[in-house]
Design a protein around this ligand. Structure first.
Ligand code: PEP
Ligand code: MG
Length: 758
C-alpha cells in the first residue's frame, strides 16, 4: 500500500496542471482501491460551490456540470465536518442530492474525505461502489492518508496550471489569481519580470522559456542528441572489451531510446509549440517518467531512471552551449529559483534587480539578509511555486506578507502600483528623518543600530542614519569561504567594520554557526540542529577556533575603543564563565606580546528560555544584554523559525514572548545592566512601541527598517508607550496585540507604516 501511495503522489507531483493531476488521482485511486467510482470535487470559492472536476466511473460529461452549493449535498457534509463520511446507502441519506447527468443512482456506498491544505478546504475525494455496504476501516484510512498527502501536490498543480503556458490555448485559459504564500524575506513590494535560475545538473529545475526561431532550436536539439549518441557509442565500444553482452544491454537500450521517435519526437513537438529545447526536454522526460512510475513491474519501473539519465545527458549537451545567465536582465528583474544563492544575486546588475523569490530558505537565509541589505524585496520558502513555468512572466513580490502573484490581473497590478507609490512617498518622508536623532517627544534617546554581517551592508547601514552596528554576525564572512578564515583574514574584516563606524559602537558577535547556519567546510549532521551543537557551544568545544577569533577581534579594536563583544546562544552561566576565561586569556596574551588594547564591553544574547529565567545571574557577569527575539520566539513557542509549514504560528507579538521580554528588562534593570533587542522584532514599528514602553535601552535592526522605527520613537512618549504596553499585556492573542498596536500607529498619524507593513 505504501508503494502504491508513493507512486500516486509522485505522479500527481509531476503533473503539468490541475486537470492532469486530478485525472491521475481518480484513475489510480479507483484501481488501487478496487472501487466502481472515484471522483474529485473542488471548492469554487467565488461561487461558494463544490464542482465535480474529475471522475473515473461517473459520466464524464458531468465534469464541470455537477455543481452544488457549499451547504447542500453529501459533498458539502464532508466539507463542513472536515472528516470522512462513510455510508452504506448514500441515496437514502437526507442530505443526498441527485444529479441525473452523473449517472450516480446505481452506486450505493459512498466514502468522502476532505482535501485540506494549510487549514483550508480545497475539495473532497470520493469513492463509490454499487454494493450497499459501508467501506472498511482500511479503506477509510487509505483514502484519508492519500487525501492528506495530495493536498500539497494539488496546490502545486493548481499554481502550475494557473500560470499561462507558452501555447496559445493555455494563454487563453482562465487564470488563477490567488497569490502563492511564502515567508517574508525582505520588506518591500516589487513588480517585475521573472528570470528563473537553475542548477545545470538538475533537469527538474529547468524553466520553460519561449523561443521565436523554433527551427533553429530543433536543430540545436538534434545536434545535442547526435552528440549523446556518439558518447554512448564510444562508451559501448570501450565496454565491449570488459562487459559481457547482457550487461551491455543498458547501452543498447539507451541507443534504442534515442533512435525511436518517442522521446525525441515528443521534444521536437514541444519545441514547435514554442518552448526552448531544455524546457521541452524536461517536460517530455517528466511525462515518460510518469509512465514508467505507473508500471506494476518493479524492474520496468526502475528503467525510468535510465530515461532520466538520458535526459540529463542530452541536457548537459544542450546547456553547455547555452549561456547560464541571460545576456540582458530585464529592467525590473525578479530572480526566481529553487534555491537562489548569494552569487546568483550578485550576477544581476544592481539597478535591474527588483526582487528575489526562493522556493527554499527563510528570512534568516544568507540571501534574504543580503536582499535586505540591498533594499530588494524578497519572499522565501514558497513551496507551491512552480519555478519551471514562470520564466519571463510578470510577477509581483510582496516582501511584507510573503505573497507572490504570477501574471497578476490588472486589478491586482493597479493595487500594487498604488502601494508602491505610497511606499515611495513614505520613504521620502522617512528620508527627511535621516539626520534627526531617535529621541522621543519626552526627550528619551533610544539609539538605533543596524544588524550587519557582510561588508556589503556597511554603506546602506550608514546611509540609513544608524548610530552604530548593534549586531555584526561574524558567521557570514565564515560562510562565504571554503575553510575557516585565519587570524589575519579575520583581523582585516573586523578592522574594516570597526573603522567604518568609529567612533560609533560596533557589536561583534562571536561565531554562531550550527542550527540552520552551516559552514560548507564544517558539516554538522544532526537530527535536531536547533537544539544541537550551535553558537557558543561550538566555540567552547573548539578553543583553537574561538581563541583565533577573539584575538583577531581584540587586535582589530586597537586604538579604536568602539568594540563590543557579544556571546550567542548562552543557555547557562557556566558558558559565560568559560567564554570570559578564554577572552581574558586572549587579552593577556596579546598585552604580554606588546599589543596595546583595552578590554571590550562584553554582552550576552538572551535568546534561550533558560537565559530568561537566569537573566539576573547573567546580567551580573557582563556589561550588557542583547535579546535575540528570532531565536527566543522560536524556542518559547517551539516553532522552527525556518519551517514554512508552521510559519503562521511564529509571532514575536505572542503574549508569552512579550511577557518574557518584560521579565528580561526587569531583571536587567535590577542589576543595572543595559539591555537591547537585536532580533527582527526590533525593526517592526508596532513592536517598537512595546519595547519603548518596557524601557529597552537601544534597538538594532536591518537598515531598511531603521527609518520606520525612528519615526515611531519620535512620535511616542515613553509614558504613552508604557500605557499601551500595559494594555497590550492584557491580551490573550498575538493578533489582538497586533491590531491594538496598529490602531495606536494610525491614531498617532503613522498609518503609512501599517499599510506598508501589512
Ligand atoms: C536572534 O536570534 O534574534 C538573533 C539576532 O540572532 P540570529 O538571527 O543570527 O540567530
Ligand atoms: Mg539567534
Amino acid at each position: 500500500m505504501l508503494d502504491t501511495l508513493r507512486r500516486i503522489i509522485q505522479e500527481v507531483t509531476g503533473a503539468r496542471d490541475l486537470d492532469q493531476a486530478l485525472d491521475v488521482i481518480v484513475t489510480r485511486v479507483k484501481k488501487a482501491m478496487d472501487v466502481d467510482v472515484c471522483s474529485v470535487y473542488m471548492v469554487d470559492r467565488e461561487h461558494r460551490q463544490h464542482v465535480l472536476m474529475a471522475t473515473d466511473g461517473l459520466n464524464a460529461k458531468a465534469v464541470g456540470m455537477v455543481r452544488m452549493k457549499d451547504n447542500a449535498g453529501l459533498i458539502s457534509l464532508v466539507g463542513t465536518r472536515e472528516e470522512p463520511v462513510n455510508l452504506a446507502d448514500a441515496p437514502g441519506h437526507p442530505q443526498y442530492l441527485y444529479f441525473p447527468e452523473s449517472g450516480e443512482e446505481q452506486f450505493h456506498s459512498f466514502l468522502g474525505v476532505p482535501i485540506i491544505h494549510h487549514r483550508q478546504l480545497q475539495g473532497v475525494l470520493v469513492v463509490q461502489r454499487h454494493a450497499k455496504k459501508k467501506f472498511s476501516e482500511d479503506s477509510v484510512t487509505f483514502l484519508v492518508t492519500i487525501a492528506a498527502q495530495l493536498a500539497g501536490a494539488i496546490a502545486h498543480a493548481e499554481a502550475s496550471g494557473g500560470i499561462s503556458g507558452l501555447t496559445k490555448e493555455s494563454k487563453n485559459r482562465k487564470r488563477n489569481v490567488a497569490p502563492l504564500q511564502g515567508q517574508p524575506g525582505s520588506p518591500g513590494v516589487a513588480i517585475g519580470t521573472a528570470v528563473a535560475r537553475f542548477q545545470i545538473a538538475d533537469l527538474d529545475s529547468i524553466p520553460d522559456r519561449a523561443v521565436e526561431d523554433t527551427r533553429a532550436e530543433v536543430t540545436l536539439f538534434k545536434k545535442a542528441v547526435n552528440g549523446v549518441r556518439k558518447d554512448i557509442q564510444s562508451m559501448l565500444s570501450r565496454m565491449n572489451e570488459i562487459l559481457p553482452t547482457e550487461d551491455r544491454a543498458l547501452f543498447d537500450a539507451y541507443l534504442l531510446m534515442l533512435e525511436g521517435s518517442a522521446i525525441t519526437g515528443d521534444v521536437v513537438k514541444r519545441i514547435k509549440n514554442g518552448n526552448w529545447a531544455p524546457g521541452a526536454l524536461r517536460e517530455t522526460i517528466a511525462e515518460h517518467l510518469r509512465a514508467f512510475d505507473a508500471m506494476e513491474d518493479t524492474y520496468l519501473r526502475e528503467r525510468g531512471e535510465d530515461v532520466r539519465d538520458l535526459g540529463r545527458r542530452i541536457l548537459s549537451r544542450l546547456i553547455s552551449d547555452e549561456p547560464q545567465t541571460p545576456k540582458k536582465y530585464p529592467l525590473r528583474t525578479i530572480l526566481v529559483g529553487e534555491e537562489i544563492t548569494a552569487s546568483m544575486l550578485a550576477e544581476v546588475p544592481v539597478k535591474r534587480l527588483a526582487g528575489v523569490i526562493s522556493v527554499r530558505g527563510s528570512s534568516t537565509s544568507h540571501v534574504a539578509i543580503l536582499a535586505r541589505a540591498m533594499g530588494v524585496s524578497a519572499v522565501m520558502g514558497i513551496e507551491d511555486l512552480p519555478v519551471s513555468r514562470v520564466d519571463g512572466h510578470k510577477i509581483i513580490v510582496d516582501g511584507y506578507t510573503g505573497r507572490v502573484y504570477v501574471d497578476p490581473p490588472r486589478g491586482v497590478r493597479e493595487e500594487f502600483r498604488h502601494l508602491l507609490r505610497e511606499e515611495e512617498e513614505l520613504s521620502r518622508e522617512l528620508h527627511e528623518l535621516r539626520d534627526l536623532p531617535a529621541v522621543t517627544p519626552d526627550n528619551i534617546g533610544i539609539p538605533l543600530y543596524v544588524n550587519s554581517g557582510l561588508l556589503a551592508d556597511v554603506s546602506p547601514s550608514r546611509r540609513s542614519g544608524a548610530e552604530g552596528i548593534g549586531l555584526y554576525r561574524t558567521e557570514f564572512p565564515f560562510m562565504v569561504r571554503d575553510r575557516f578564515p585565519g587570524e589575519e583574514e579575520q583581523f582585516k574584516i573586523y578592522r574594516q567594520v570597526l573603522k567604518s563606524f568609529s567612533p560609533a559602537p560596533v557589536t561583534l558577535r562571536t561565531l554562531d554557526v550550527g542550527g540552520d547556519k552551516a559552514l560548507p567546510y564544517f558539516p554538522i549532521e544532526e537530527d535536531n540542529p536547533f537544539l544541537g551543537w550551535r553558537g557558543i557551544r561550538i566555540s567552547l568545544d573548539h578553543p583553537e577556533i574561538f581563541l583565533v577569533q577573539l584575538r583577531a577581534m581584540l587586535r582589530a579594536s586597537a586604538g579604536l575603543g568602539n568594540m563590543n563583544l557579544l556571546l550567542p546562544m548562552i543557555s547557562s552561566v557556566a558558558e559565560v564563565d568559560d567564554a570570559l576565561r578564554l577572552l581574558r586569556r586572549a587579552y593577556h596574551e596579546l598585552i604580554d606580546s606588546g599589543v596595546s588594547i583595552s578590554m571590550p564591553r562584553v554582552g550576552v544574547m538572551i535568546e534561550v528560555p533558560s537565559a530568561v529565567y537566569q537573566v539576573r545571574e547573567l546580567a551580573r557577569r557582563v556589561n550588557f544584554l542583547s535579546v535575540g527575539t528570532n531565536d527566543l520566539t522560536q524556542y518559547l513557542l517551539a516553532v522552527d523559525r525556518n519551517n514554512a509549514r508552521v510559519a503562521s504560528l511564529y509571532d514575536a507579538l505572542h503574549p508569552a514572548v512579550i511577557r518574557a521580554l518584560q521579565q528580561i528588562v526587569d531583571g536587567a534593570r535590577a542589576e543595572k545592566t543595559p539591555v537591547s533587542v537585536c532580533g527582527e522584532m526590533a525593526g517592526d514599528p508596532a513592536a517598537a512601541i512595546l519595547l519603548l514602553g518596557m524601557g529597552i535601552d537601544n534597538l538594532s535592526m536591518s537598515a531598511a527598517n531603521l527609518p520606520r522605527v525612528k519615526w515611531v520613537i519620535r512620535s511616542f512618549t515613553r509614558r504613552r508607550a508604557r500605557s499601551l504596553l500595559k494594555e497590550a499585556l492584557t491580551f490573550e492573542y498575538a493578533h489582538s496585540v497586533r491590531n491594538f498596536l496598529n490602531a495606536a500607529l494610525e491614531d498617532a498619524g503613522l498609518g503609512g507604516l501599517v499599510r506598508a507593513g501589512r
